[in-house]
Design a protein around this ligand. Structure first.
Ligand SMILES: [Zn+2]
Length: 306
């Protein structure tokens, strides 16, 4: 017995000193938020992302493993503004983790502090509009990414006070890089103020507000409602009339529909994603993803005559 205890003691000793603090286990709904969580949390957080980067954030396939991840998590990071309303609530109920209950410090809704656009003046869900709480795709504006990163750092400080200086330092490093990039992105797009672009889904009003390229004509008649022939005819007429030559398509949308529209109007399709890893060359995170969108858009607009 004594030998066994000695052996046990030796085994503990040989593992080296225990880490001062266990890492925060964070479950994140989408890959864009996960990228910011990694920037702010660094090696102090262990991140699991529920939606795949190329998956529609409004309609995520729930897997049984999600319950286990949520059950063991210290924190849940969600976009809020009803982005995940169609799939997250039942998962959260099933996970039975009081740390993640709405209102608990471990339940982090990133829309807090963000000014939402397109908040409907009257609610009419019967039309199937999935943006009933306002447009939830706010992270594509770098100024909102800054607000969210700051919010994340403060939320992590609340959950893990010992590491707070590190969270704040990592936040400072990220926001410095972000501010420098934002100035560069605005410069790249400055020549294209007021130019119009068509998008499949209305995920771009925050990008429009920040960068001045108008992305305000959509293949979907309403967010979440598939295109109809009559709606597409109207869009194509408008594209010809105003010589709109670029169509944004995200990976989870029906590219064939966009190809038909492009063929009929002489437009080009620009494959874009708002989620790091959704398209090749965006795996590096939020800054790399924004670089790709801005540069691809500028190239497409430069190549299409006004
Ligand atoms: Zn949407």
């Amino acid at each position: 017995m004594k030998n066994l205890l000695l052996l046990y003691g030796f085994a503990l000793w040989s593992l080296g000193p225990a880490p001062a603090q266990a890492r925060l286990t964070v479950v994140v709904t989408t890959a864009d938020l996960a990228s910011l969580v990694r920037e702010v949390g660094g090696s102090l957080v262990e991140v699991t992302t529920l939606a795949r980067p190329a998956e529609d954030p409004h309609f995520v396939d729930a897997k049984p493993s999600f319950f286990v991840k949520l059950n063991k998590a210290d924190a849940l990071v969600e976009g809020g503004a009803e982005l995940e309303v169609g799939w997250l609530p039942p998962l959260l109920d099933g996970a039975r983790n009081p740390k993640l209950a709405p209102g608990a410090p471990g339940h982090i809704s990133c829309n807090q502090g963000v000014s939402l656009l397109e908040i409907p003046t009257s609610l009419d869900r019967s039309k199937g509009d999935i943006h009933a709480a306002g447009n939830p795709h706010y992270l594509i504006d770098p100024v909102n990414a800054r607000i969210v990163a700051t919010h994340l750092a403060e939320a992590f400080c609340q959950l893990d006070a010992a590491s707070c200086p590190a969270y704040r330092a990592q936040l400072g490093k990220f926001t410095e890089a972000l501010d420098a990039k934002l100035a560069a992105w605005q410069k790249v797009l400055a020549p294209y103020q007021g130019r119009r672009v068509v998008a499949f889904h209305n995920s771009w009003p925050y990008f429009t507000a920040r960068f001045g390229v108008k992305i305000d004509l959509f293949l979907e008649p309403k967010p979440g409602i598939p295109p109809t022939p009559s709606h597409l005819a109207g869009v194509m007429a408008k594209m010809k009339e105003e010589n709109i030559r670029v169509i944004f398509v995200e990976p989870f949308l029906n590219r064939k529909t966009a190809e038909t529209v492009a063929r009929n109007t002489g437009a080009v399709i620009l494959d874009v994603t708002q989620f790091p890893g959704g398209i090749k060359g965006t795996e590096g995170g939020y800054l790399q993803l924004m670089d790709q969108i801005v540069n691809r858009l500028a190239a497409a607009l430069a190549g299409s005559s006004k």
